[in-house]
Each structure stands twice: as C-alpha cells, then as structure tokens.
Design a binder for this molecule. Sequence first.
Ligand SMILES: [Zn+2]
Length: 286
Amino acid sequence: MRTRLDHLVASALQQGSAVPAFTCYDFTTALAVVAAAEESGRGAILLVAPKTAATPNGLRLVAALRGLADAAGVPIAVQLDHATDPQVIADAVSAGADSVLVDGSSLPYEDNIALVRGVRAAFAAQGRADVVIEAELGGLAGDEDRAFGTDVADEPAGLTDSAQVEDFVARTGAQLLAVAVGNVHGKYKGEPRLRWDVLQDIAVRTRIPLVLHGASGIPAEELVKAAAMNVGKVNFNTELRTGVLAVLEEQTTAHRADGENLQALLGRWDATARTFAATALATLSR
Ligand SMILES: [Zn+2]
C-alpha cells in the first residue's frame, strides 16, 4: 500500500526499529523485496539509482515499482536515491517516486543547502509538497552502483560535521538526514568502524530521522543499535547484488542445460534476494 516515506520511518522509530531500503535495478529484485516485506508484515523502501532513473526505461521501472508498491499488502515507499539533476528528479517524481534523496553532499556546504532548497521550492510550485526529501551532509566514500573495497581510514575527512546539523536541517527543511559516520558505499576494506560517538552527537542535534547508507557489510549486532540513535532508515545495495550474482554464476550452466530454463533461474534470483531482504527486515526490527 502507498505510504509516505517519512510516516513509515517515524512509525518504525516509535517501535524502536528502522526501515530497510533496497536498491532495485530490476523488477525481479523488487518483487522479492516486497514479498519479503509482506511475509514479515513490515514496511520497506524500494530505491532507484539515479543512473537508472536517467533513462526512459528507468522511468518505466519507477512506474512499475509505483504499481508494485500500491498493490502491496504492507506499506512500501519508492525513493529516487542520490539525485542531483533537477530534471531527473522531476521525471522520477512524475513517474511515481514519492521521495527523493537530494544529494548535494559533494558540493560546498552552502551549495548543498541551495540545491535542496531549490528542489523543495520546485515541488512546492508544482503543488507536490507531499514529496518527501532526504538530504545528505558529509561525504560518503565509495561508489553506489559498483562495489570496490573502501578503507574508511583513507577518507576520515568525509564525516558529517555535527556542528552543521541544526543549521543544515533548518535551512534545507529536509525530512530525513543521511549521515557519514564511517559508513561507505560498496565493500568495506577490513572491519567497518562506525563512529557511534559522531552519530550520537548528530542525533542529539536534530529531531528528524537519520539515514545510514552503505549498510552492506556492517554486522547485524551493530545495525540493531542504529534505531536507538534515531536512525530510521538503513540502505542496502551491495549485498543484494553479491547474492544475485553468486546465484547466476552457480546456476546458469545447470539451468541452460535444463532446456534454457530462465523461469527457474529467476526463481533462484528471487529466493536469494528475498532471503536477504527478510534478514535485513528482521535485523532492523530486533
Ligand atoms: Zn547511498
């Protein structure tokens, strides 16, 4: 069923849990995520990467995810992830996304604020003040769509500056805040070292829910602590891809021999994505 992303996250936080968000490059993965959410009786978020949304077929995927979310038996939100291009943002919202991460984190501080405010003003002018805006403060290391090992110690300067949080949230009007606290996109080189001290410092400075990107590779016993620090949304991408690629590598030959059985191979794809999503849903609601 359709839900506002901020309402979904707020109600999870009230119950001491966080909502997992999963990057969907394709419809098979999205079907698996929604099925896992329905089986668990909990809501989830479908993320669309900006490179996906920047193509005509990507916008059709957004529209398809919108239909899937609306028909689901649990609250499902569709979010355009890490977007900077106002045209891609406008197109994705027109296609059915109900939330956008307006990501100016690589820009100078004032430009980051101006980007978020500009998108917000454009939505207001179109009568779409219902579009939920996540903003990002601090630079996340790594690549969102391609996983390479990133050593957090290589880029300590990217941490969110907690002293900027109050001003940033007030001036952007963001409804959720993505933070950089030692988390990275892609794979962690060595042990992930989340800076709980920085997260705590951020959490006391704003009431809006925080978002942890790059959760793939962070141990479950660490993730369960997140909701206590007002982290209401946790983004997963790499581990889903790892599971799907492993299944394809292991199973393609046998399914080719089995009369080009693509249907059964997609069933294996569904099973691995569904198991991963179910685990993430269970972990974040512990
Ligand atoms: Zn991200």
